[in-house]
Write a protein that binds this ligand. Structure first.
Ligand code: C2E
Ligand code: MG
Ligand code: MG
Length: 724
């Protein structure tokens, strides 16, 4: 059997070695035994026998004691030393009993006295073979048992689930290795302990009949969700975060009974499998969280906000309470994003959310509903004052700058407030009205809060109407370009005309560009409208030039959206060249904020225009990010000091005058022309005359007027200057 059959196989192959120096005797023995064993090797001498034993092992050896080259005992000794499992039968002609005793002492299995009857030999050999076969079967069974136990242990221990058994008193009798990963206990630490060791106090009741299940079959516990407690480690006991110590499992368990011939016998305990589903639960929770929260700030999103608003509304209705919805929009956030990048923008939003949170009470819901827009729900307020108090608190909290990635940033917000039930009794209306109020706060100069009023509603619905009507205004030829003279401060000579669009609305009358240009920008209508304005202005510039009047500059206003258009330069020049050979006598006005949106893009585009002779002036200077450093990079000719500073010039001692004086001096240093906007009084003009300010524009000289009046003024003034 050795070497021939693996312990796992169920065939016993028996090999036999016969050592006999008498060849005929050897041959007859071989023939006699051939049918009882599977293979036979024969040796006539000790030497031959040793050679065979050196090559292979045998299950059985039949040895003669007297060999020509030695004694059979030597072979026995060799076999004992090298093949301890080989059974030996000694066949000897020695008549002394000593020989037999010696053989048996040396480990022979049996002893045959020669000459023996064939039946005797066969009986002895069969006896050994049967014994060997029994042993072999036994070994195979032990092996198979071991294998299957190892296999089951492997299955059980490599199972990701906790597998356990409890005795009838609820003490652990077995736990697989998975318990360590899931609960932090080594199996040995729990064996003998009560199952409640791993059950958190508030789960004891749920666990009672389930963990220690007595039922079997259909009625036993299946996939019950339960929390188990992890072994307390140093970390969790320090942080006291109990949620870290809990593991959510899905438990299946059943009772174990001693089987009897009559069916189920004595209750032995229970058996269970607990699957750790914490990761799945965590993932589910994350998905739910993500569906209802803004990932940047961690605040509730629009969906959750509406949900909370709805709930709060039901509650407020039932208890006759008032609540407030605040719409908050950050001022000039786009500028931060566009000039400093999204990373800084994101950082600012996060810091802002953090600061807003600090202004709230428990129960208030702050939510980010998009970009730089937030909504706040104050579910229970006693009066309007409560809402304004919170709004004021928010505005005040923003006085401190934010430090984002080495930038010191100031943020302000415009806030609109709508109250339930006065301003709306459903979610959509309340949000819309808070939004309208917020727009109003923006219009009124930002960094402030406004309550919703019904009047606002009218102007807001007006906004939507404006957009619709504007679409048709071009074809209906309702637009018109007006011109406002730009005049030399000292000589009063007209240097230029600024083209300012007007909308001659059939029912509203003359609509100011302030009321429709922003809407045109938002809706994209700015593109066809501004093409029309440019065409009209260039045509007029050509007419004036050809009419023999002294040369003037015609200035046109450009909005951010126009300049950002990829074909802006081509379109502008195409339109210009229809009327003008080059850009001389044409000026464009752009605001600082427009420039800052895409500085690099603006630089290259404006350079191309400047090459054709077009002059560039910065409009509303002083209201945006007034950094003069960028002026050096741009091909700028003129800056227009914003009307608000001129407005402040009511005496020589005030703030406005120093700012105007400062800007004028600085501009001179940079060799730029300066235009003062919005000069309304003689006093303002006289002050400007003391400064290095070349040109002014304003109602004092003339409002923006239609083409015929503008032409009239031009010719009149020409005459005037001619006389002077
Ligand atoms: P802006 O370019 O700063 O134009 C000057 C504005 O100040 C004009 O208002 C003008 O009528 C007004 N103004 C001039 N002098 C005085 C004064 O002494 N006192 C006061 N209170 N106001 C004065 P307007 O025409 O209503 O235009 C408003 C803004 O609309 C313009 O500001 C400009 O930014 C924009 N805009 C006008 N036409 C166009 C256009 O064709 N395209 C674009 N993109 N924007 C335009
Ligand atoms: Mg302008
Ligand atoms: Mg201006």
């Amino acid at each position: 059997m050795h070497g021939n059959a693996a312990p796992g196989s169920n065939q016993s192959l028996i090999s036999l070695l016969i050592l006999e120096d008498e060849p005929r005797y050897l041959e007859s023995t071989r023939l006699l035994l051939a049918q009882y064993v599977n293979s036979i090797e024969t040796a006539l001498t000790n030497k031959q026998a040793l050679a065979l034993l050196g090559k292979q092992s045998f299950d059985l050896a039949l040895l003669d004691l007297h060999l020509p080259d030695g004694s059979g005992y030597e072979i026995m000794a060799y076999i004992r030393a090298h093949h301890p499992d080989c059974r030996i039968i000694v066949a000897s002609a020695d008549s002394e009993i000593e020989s037999a005793i010696q053989s048996l002492r040396l480990g022979a299995y049996d002893y045959l006295r020669k000459p023996y009857e064939p039946e005797e030999l066969i009986k002895t050999v069969r006896n050994v073979v049967r014994k060997l076969q029994l042993e072999h079967d036994n070994a195979r069974m032990v092996y198979q048992l071991e294998q299957s136990e190892q296999w089951h242990r492997l299955l059980v221990n490599t199972s990701p689930d906790i597998i356990y058994t409890l005795d009838k008193d609820g003490r652990f009798t077995y736990l697989n290795d998975s318990v360590e990963g899931a609960l932090g206990y080594m199996p040995g630490e729990l064996i003998g302990r009560d199952y409640t060791t791993v059950i958190p106090a508030d789960q004891r009741e749920a666990a009672l009949y389930r963990f220690n299940e007595r039922r079997t079959g259909e009625r036993a516990t299946r996939n019950l969700e339960l929390q188990l407690r992890r072994k307390e480690d140093l970390l969790s006991s320090l942080t006291e975060r109990t949620s870290d110590q809990l593991v959510v499992v899905e438990l299946s368990s059943m009772g174990m009974y001693r089987p009897t011939s009559l069916g189920m016998g004595e209750f032995l305990g229970s058996y269970g499998v607990a699957r750790d589903i914490s990761a799945r639960k965590q993932a589910e929770a994350t998905i739910v969280f993500q569906a209802y929260h803004d990932l940047l700030t961690g605040l509730p999103n629009r969906a959750l906000f509406k949900d909370r608003l709805g709930q709060a509304m039901v509650h407020a209705k039932r208890h006759g309470q008032t609540m407030a919805t605040l719409f908050l929009d950050m001022d000039h956030f786009k500028v931060v994003n566009d000039t400093l990048g999204h990373l800084v923008g994101d950082g600012l939003l996060q810091a802002l959310a953090q600061r807003l949170r600090g202004c709230l009470r428990e129960g208030d819901t702050l939510s980010r509903i998009g970009g730089d827009e937030f909504m706040l729900l104050l579910p229970h307020i006693r009066s309007r004052d409560n809402a304004s108090y919170i709004a004021q608190k928010i505005i005040a909290s923003l006085k401190q700058p934010f430090n984002i990635e080495d930038h010191e940033l100031y943020a302000s917000m415009s806030i609109g407030i709508a109250l339930y039930p006065d301003d709306g009794d459903n979610i959509e209306t309340l949000i819309k009205h808070a939004d309208i109020a917020m727009y109003h706060a923006k219009d009124q100069g930002r960094n402030d809060y406004k309550f919703f009023t019904q009047d606002l509603h009218k102007t807001f619905t007006g906004r939507l109407a404006v957009e619709n009507e504007m679409r048709h205004a071009l074809e209906k030829k309702e637009f018109e370009v007006f011109y406002q003279p730009q005049v030399a401060v000292q000589s009063q000579r007209i240097r230029g005309m600024e083209a300012l669009i007007r909308w001659n609305h059939p029912t509203r009358g003359m609509v100011s560009p302030n009321d429709f240009i922003p809407i045109a920008e938002e809706s994209g209508l700015i593109t066809p409208i501004s093409e029309w304005v440019l065409g009209a202005a260039f045509r007029q510039a050509k007419l004036w030039r050809e009419s023999g009047l002294p040369p003037i500059t015609v200035a046109v206003n450009l909005s951010a959206r126009q300049i950002e258009h990829p074909q802006f330069v081509e379109k502008f020049l195409q339109c210009m060249h229809k009327h003008m050979p080059d850009g001389h006598g044409i000026e464009i006005e752009i605001t600082e904020t427009t420039l800052m949106r895409d500085m690099d893009g603006a630089i290259s585009k404006l350079r191309k225009l400047a090459e054709t002779g077009v002059e560039i002036s910065i409009d509303d200077f002083g209201t945006g990010y007034s950094s003069l450093s960028y002026l050096k990079k741009l091909p700028i000719n003129t800056i227009k000091i914003d009307r608000s500073f001129i407005n402040d010039l009511t005496g020589h001692t005030n703030n406005g005058s120093t700012i105007v004086a400062g800007i004028a001096a600085m501009a001179k240093g940079l060799k730029l022309k300066v235009v003062a906007e919005g000069v309304e009084t003689r006093e303002q003009l006289e002050y400007l005359q003391t400064l290095e300010c070349d040109t002014y524009q304003g109602f004092y000289f003339s409002r923006a007027v239609n083409v015929s009046t503008a032409t009239e003024i031009l010719s009149r003034k020409t005459e005037l200057t001619d006389i002077l």
